[in-house]
Design a protein around this ligand. Structure first.
Ligand code: SAM
Length: 284
């Protein structure tokens, strides 16, 4: 078992470096010994597949990834954690820690430089304040990765993985299903973290698809339609689309009717195919 899940060891090492947790950076470190080995095993890294970790914190997941993958690149924003990581990861010579913001780094270039065309996965216990932007950035950039295994708050996991056309789906569900096949892996209780957050978490895996599951003539238009449809969740999709796309309601109703969608439908009732048909039938 990793020393890094022993609360007194972690507290001791953080205190030695004068580290205090930053809420703003979403710093809740894992202390449940069973979670990181499971994540490392399920994320698909191995002696031939490298891994990028976002936000290594004190290095608890990083050290498990280092035991499984031939190479680990860990991107940490908080400079104060660099000396901590130098100490906790000292026994692993296959880990490189990069100080940077995952939202600003050129990830495509980083993958090319560090993995040189080899297979790569991403694995992370994501800081909750940037869960959706990080996932969206990675998917939209079509990074050359096999999958993205991330721990996120339970509610976010449900929204991200929900199949479009079902109650919990949102704009992010449509994007996630366009680029990947999502899987819910396992739950992690709030008590597994130091400090404990208010809500439970879930580990999810987004398996990147080679080709989207639906055909659209203009990807940008497809996502504009999805965003507009969900902009006003309490309204019907027709009202929301009309406001979001700046098109007369009668025109939207005619488009919906052509695709066999009832005018009272809400965005969460629309399938990927419905969004694709609407996008393909608008002219601007
Ligand atoms: N992986 C560790 C664990 O599981 O115990 C820490 C996870 S903690 C939820 C999130 C980590 O992401 C923190 O170490 C935090 O400093 C780091 N972080 C926050 N914002 C970041 C950003 N924009 N880029 C890279 N790392 C970030």
């Amino acid at each position: 078992m990793s020393k890094l899940t022993d609360i007194s060891y972690v507290k001791g090492i953080l205190a030695k470096h004068g580290f205090t947790f930053s809420k703003a950076l979403g710093q809740n470190f894992l202390i449940n010994p069973s979670v990181c080995p499971k994540m490392a095993e399920m994320c698909g890294c191995n002696e031939n597949v490298g891994v990028i970790e976002i936000g290594p914190g004190a290095g608890v997941l990083t050290s498990e990834l280092a035991k499984t993958a031939y190479k680990v690149i860990a991107v940490e924003l908080d400079k104060r954690l660099l000396p901590v990581l130098a100490e906790t990861l000292s026994e692993h010579d296959n880990v490189k820690v990069i100080n940077g913001d995952v939202m600003k780094l050129n990830l495509k270039e980083l993958i090319q430089e560090e993995f040189n065309g080899g297979e790569v996965v991403i694995c992370a216990n994501l800081p909750y304040y940037i869960t959706s932007p990080v996932i969206m950035r990675i998917l939209e950039e079509r990074l050359p990765i096999n999958s993205l295994t991330v721990m996120v708050q339970k509610e976010a996991a449900e929204r991200i993985c929900a199949t479009p056309g079902t109650r919990q789906s949102g704009a992010i569900s449509a994007a996630v299903h366009y680029y990947s096949e999502p899987e819910m892996l396992f739950k992690v209780s709030a008590g597994s973290f130091l400090p404990a957050p208010k809500v439970d978490s879930e580990v999810i895996k987004l398996n990147i698809l080679k080709n989207p599951p639906i055909r659209v003539t203009d990807e940008k238009k497809f996502f504009r339609v999805v965003k507009a449809a969900f902009m006003q969740r309490r309204k019907t999709a027709a009202n929301s689309l009309s406001a979001g796309l700046g098109m007369p309601k009668a025109e939207i109703n005619a488009l919906l009717e052509k695709s066999g969608i009832k005018p009272s439908a809400r965005a969460e009732e629309l399938t990927m195919q419905d969004f694709a048909e609407i996008a393909d039938s608008i002219s601007n």
